[in-house]
Design a binder for this molecule. Structure first.
Ligand code: SF4
Length: 214
């Protein structure tokens, strides 16, 4: 059964069926939600674009876990099943974990591309639940300090930058492959400082570049 909540992206409404899963190279991406607690200035959806690498990611409804599991099929056909779409996948944590457990039960690999705010949103440490079925996390740190973070990410939740740092540290203790990321070339962002913050917390760091999905 799909969610019937009002869709905040109605302005992008179109006639095509929703893209619930989409392949880039040898990875399959899962588009669970269009919602975010951030409004990043560099995000395509906040710049009037709903496409990523030719995939239209507008969602008219949020898909059920069973629908996604069926669409994935045999997950071993892909190197990874990546939860990353038009919004922040951990906002639908329960469904995300249901799908991830099904993928792991069939021998697949799982990754979440996340804003690192799941503990803040769900008001508990969810990294242990993730560790049961998630192999890798790519966490958008985005900036070395709160001022720069707030400027580029416009968080709706107070203390978001601090929460991302705490999430990186907690996740790196229990999940095998944790990377933090920041966008090289974004005004005021010091990727070397971001890398140091990630590495101090036991995570790897990867610089990203504007408009490159990964
Ligand atoms: S967290 Fe990701 S999807 Fe959400 S606004 Fe930022 S870039 Fe866009």
């Amino acid at each position: 059964m799909s969610s019937k909540r009002p869709n905040p992206s109605k302005r992008f409404a179109h006639e095509e069926p929703d893209t619930l899963v989409y392949q880039i190279d040898d990875r399959l991406y899962v588009n669970l939600t269009d919602r975010c607690t951030l409004a990043c200035t560099f995000c395509p959806k906040h710049n009037g674009c709903t496409e990523v690498k030719g995939h239209e990611l507008y969602l008219s409804e949020r898909p059920a876990a069973d629908t996604i599991i069926e669409l994935i099929g045999d997950p071993t056909r892909y190197t990874e099943i990546v939860f990353c779409g038009f919004g922040e996948p951990t906002l639908r944590l329960k469904d995300l974990l249901t799908v991830a457990k099904a993928v792991k039960a069939q021998g697949g690999n799982t990754r979440i591309n996340t804003d690192g705010l799941a503990n803040r949103v769900h008001k508990r440490d969810v990294t242990g639940e993730m560790a049961e079925c998630i192999d890798a996390l790519s966490i958008s740190l985005n900036a070395q300090d709160e001022t720069t973070y707030n400027k580029h990410c416009e968080p709706s939740l107070k203390g978001s930058h601090t929460e991302v740092l705490k999430f990186i540290e907690a996740a790196a203790k229990v999940i095998p492959d944790v990377s933090a990321t920041a966008i090289d070339g974004l005004e005021g962002v010091d990727v070397a400082q971001c890398a140091a913050l990630a590495e101090e917390r036991g995570a790897k760091f990867r610089a990203r570049y504007l408009d490159v999905v990964g």
